[in-house]
Write a protein that binds this ligand. Structure first.
Ligand SMILES: [Cu+2]
Length: 226
């Protein structure tokens, strides 16, 4: 084998190795653990963590495309619901009195646009022995939505409408754990109802090594988890 043949041989081996590495890395999905703490360093439960990836893909456990939010005992239940864009959310009044439910953009969006895709609906009180009155809303736009009631100002809850399949609420330890994020560059974003101004997204690189990311809010967590 002369010099040129050797170099060609090496070049073809290198190309094959690179192709194999690319195939392996594109097939791989990495683990990302995000911990959200508040201004005082305490873990924040029910913050919404969104991982935005460049690679297409779907997690093994996709977000449900429908959800039910009950009104019961003067509260929305649950207080935080995460759904993908286009999801249908059914509001059900289980109280024996009327609720006038409204949805408006939450966070900075409420100041930045008049077109918030908001909604309003009267739900009559539930009659004994009958199913609660309900109404379905399609969540057409990404972003946080604040729920309230025109009749009962103490009623407050949120729907986070996400355009990333990798979106989770943090647990009591302030953590969101994603097991199958496609490899490559990604951004971690966090939304929390008390944090009005969005924090800058954090750039991460997903790969074989698990990513541990910490985000600190500029506000204090609610004393009682929402
Ligand atoms: Cu009400």
């Amino acid at each position: 084998m002369n010099m040129t043949q050797s170099i060609n041989r090496l070049a073809s081996i290198a190309a094959a190795t690179a192709a194999l590495a690319a195939a392996l890395s594109s097939a791989h999905a990495g683990s990302v653990t995000v911990t959200v703490i508040d201004r005082a360093g305490k873990p924040v439960q029910n913050a919404v963590v969104i991982v935005v990836t460049k690679e297409a893909g779907a997690p093994q456990a996709p977000l449900a495309t429908s959800a039910v939010i009950n009104q019961a005992k003067m509260k929305f239940q649950p207080l935080l619901t995460i759904v993908p864009v286009g999801a249908k959310v059914n509001f059900v009044n289980n109280d024996p009195w009327e609720h006038h439910v409204r949805g408006t953009a939450a966070g900075t969006a409420q100041f930045m646009t008049n077109d918030v895709g908001g909604f309003n609906m009267f739900l009559d009180g539930k009659l004994d022995g009958k199913a609660g009155k309900s109404a379905e809303i399609t969540m057409a736009k990404p972003g946080p939505v604040q729920l309230g009631c025109h009749l009962h100002t103490s009623m407050l809850a949120h729907v986070y409408v996400t355009d990333s399949a990798w979106t989770q609420a943090t647990n009591a330890a302030g953590q969101a754990v994603f097991d199958d994020v496609p490899d490559g560059p990604a951004q971690v974003k966090v939304w929390y109802s008390e944090q009005l101004l969005d924090l800058a997204p954090q750039a991460i690189t997903v790969g074989v090594k698990p990513v541990l990311s910490n985000l600190q809010l500029k506000v204090l967590a609610k004393r009682k988890a929402v």
